[in-house]
Structure formats: C-alpha cells, structure tokens
Design a protein around this ligand. Sequence first.
Ligand SMILES: Cc1ncc(C[n+]2csc(CCOP(=O)(O)OP(=O)(O)O)c2C)c(N)n1
Ligand SMILES: [Mg+2]
Length: 359
Amino acid sequence: MIELFDPLKGERLRVLEDGGEARAGLDPGLPDAELRRIYERMVRTRTADAKALKLQRQGRLGTYPPSRGHEAIQVGLASAMSRGDWFFPYFRDLGMYITLGYPLADYYHLWMGNEAGLRTPDGLNIAPIAIPVGSQIPQAVGAGMAVNYRNLGIAVVTTFGDGATSEGDFHEGLNFAGVFRTPNVFVCLNNQFAISVPRARQTASATIAQKAVAYGFPGIQVDGNDVLAVYAAAREALAGARNGGGSTLIEAFTYRMGDHTTSDDASRYRSKEEVQEWERRDPLLRFRLYLAKKGLWDEAYEKGAQDAATEFVEKAVAEAEARPVATLDDIFSYTYAVMPPDLEAQLADLKAFLGEERR
Ligand SMILES: Cc1ncc(C[n+]2csc(CCOP(=O)(O)OP(=O)(O)O)c2C)c(N)n1
Ligand SMILES: [Mg+2]
C-alpha cells in the first residue's frame, strides 16, 4: 500500500473521510475491541496532556511540550508496534508512552525535574528521550544495525519533528539506514513548526516523505490527524522492517495545536483563524465519527472513557508527587556509572556556591 502513495506527486494517505466513513480498500480492518482501545488511549493522552499543562501553571511540573493534536500519530504508531520492537523517542511523544505501557507517573516525574522518571522499566524497549533535536535518529539506526547483526527480526522506531529534518543527524542516519538496509521506521511528526519557524522556512522540498527517495527506501506522507491512516502505514512499514525489507520514512502531516512548550506563546507568530481551522480536524473528533458510524461510540461510552482517563491521570499525578524531589547530587549522578572527576568538581563548586548564597 505504501508504494501506492507517491510523495513526489504530493499524494497523501488518508483513510477517514470527513463524515467518518473509511475509504474503500484502505481501512486496516481492526476488530471492534482494538478500535475502542485505540480511542481510549487517545482520550487518555489528551487528558494526561491537559493535566500536565495545569500542573506546570501551578508550579508542580517544569517546562512541558504539549502533545495536543498529535494523538492520532502517537497512538496509531505505537498501537501498530509489537512488544519486541525498540523505540527511540523525542520530547513530544506522550501518546507513545501511554500506548506502550510506560508508567505515566514516571513520565510526569521526569517532567517534574527528576531523571529517575527516565529509567525505562524492565521489559519495555524504550531509549531515553532525546532533547537535542535529531540526536535519536543515528542512535536508532545504530540499534537497527545491531538488530541486523544479531538477526533479531524486530523493528526500530524513531520519532522526530519537521525541524529535526534540517539536522545533519537526520541525513546521516537515513543515509546509513539506506546503505545498511536497517529495520528502521522513521516517523516525522510534521506539525508545521519548529518553535516559531514555519515548515516552509525549514526545507524547500515539497514533502518531507520524498527525502526517503534519495536515501533509497520508501517514504509516504500520511494524514497525521487520521489514526487509521497512521496505523495502516505504520503496520506495513513495521512488517517490512521486521522481514528484511529495510527502512521506511513516514511523514505524518498535522498541526501543533498548543504552544511549542509552556515557555512559548504561539499567538505571537500564528493566527487564531489558522488554529481554529485545525480544531475542526481534531484527530479525536474524526475517529469518534468513524466509531459512531460503526455503533461503537455514544455519549455514555464517551463519559466512561473520559472518567477512566481522569482516574488514570489523577492516580499517576498522586504517585509522581509522592516521590522524592531531585537533589543536587541527582542532577550530576546519572550520566556515568561512576562520576568522573570533572563532574565531581562541578558538583562541589555548585554546592559551595549555593552555600555562599544562603549565607
Ligand atoms: C540540537 C538542538 N538545537 C536546538 C534545540 C532547541 N530546540 C528545541 S525544540 C526545537 C524545535 C524542534 O522542532 P521540530 O523538530 O519540528 O519538533 P516539534 O517541537 O515541532 O515537535 C528547537 C530548535 C535543541 N533542543 N537541540
Ligand atoms: Mg515541528
């Protein structure tokens, strides 16, 4: 199916029509229970994201990058992954974490400023969040090379934004992926902004998906507000990766509904009308219409999903807040197994400085 949509011709995979129907021949045909599970993960993601913003405004959580509008990509992609696959995340991936079963309390704990929240529980194949833009891409390709050497038959997924495609790491990573035929699935969340820099100032190529062509593997642009389109493309790309078919680049076209982070004010560089236009394409609303057409959604079901999400989120907040806050030592402790002398000296300096401040 991926080869049916040519990014060089500006074609984009879309499954969900505006009225909620699925396009003929493109519906991934998921069982009802799985469709509802996907919707419930999207609701949890939306609820957990809104809560993080409130916590930040109350001084209970640090700088936070909101995921609103990206739920179809995050949940659609993670729902298509298998347990053995690896994931190399970036910083705007809440729905991936929720879907893959990462404890939300840990995720909140991390954004509350404690690196302990970044320690992936045993049994989950998730690398630490990359804050340097694009740095996770060559790492994911290296993991893909390891999968090939060891013949593991798993896929390695990595996510990044449109801005990351201007980094050398993106091009170096994809070049290696093509040459070494690594089992990677590269997913670009094209939300049309890198902080305040619009997509048009980021790259002169018509689509991001077409960049894959130059590296010798397929690229597809999908409607990133259409969870079934993301799921269908991801499922095929993941199966190809696991079966020796090499890498795929998926460009998921969406819009960042919120600010870049809680330190940003997007109203300074984009119009209210533009944001409202994208409100109408809300990924939850679009999937809800599809479920309703299938008799899988009504008001009572919605209330149940919302209540369950609120309970899930409040429990995670309570758990995260019950944990110890990070100490000065914590800030220096986790990069190396044994702290090297220069970090020890910096820690001693900082303690001495803060001691003087207090006096
Ligand atoms: C190497 C590097 N340069 C700059 C930054 C500062 N920075 C953080 S996020 C960001 C924009 C990222 O945009 P994009 O890749 O589109 O992802 P999005 O935030 O839109 O999801 C920048 C420039 C950084 N973290 N790392
Ligand atoms: Mg972006």
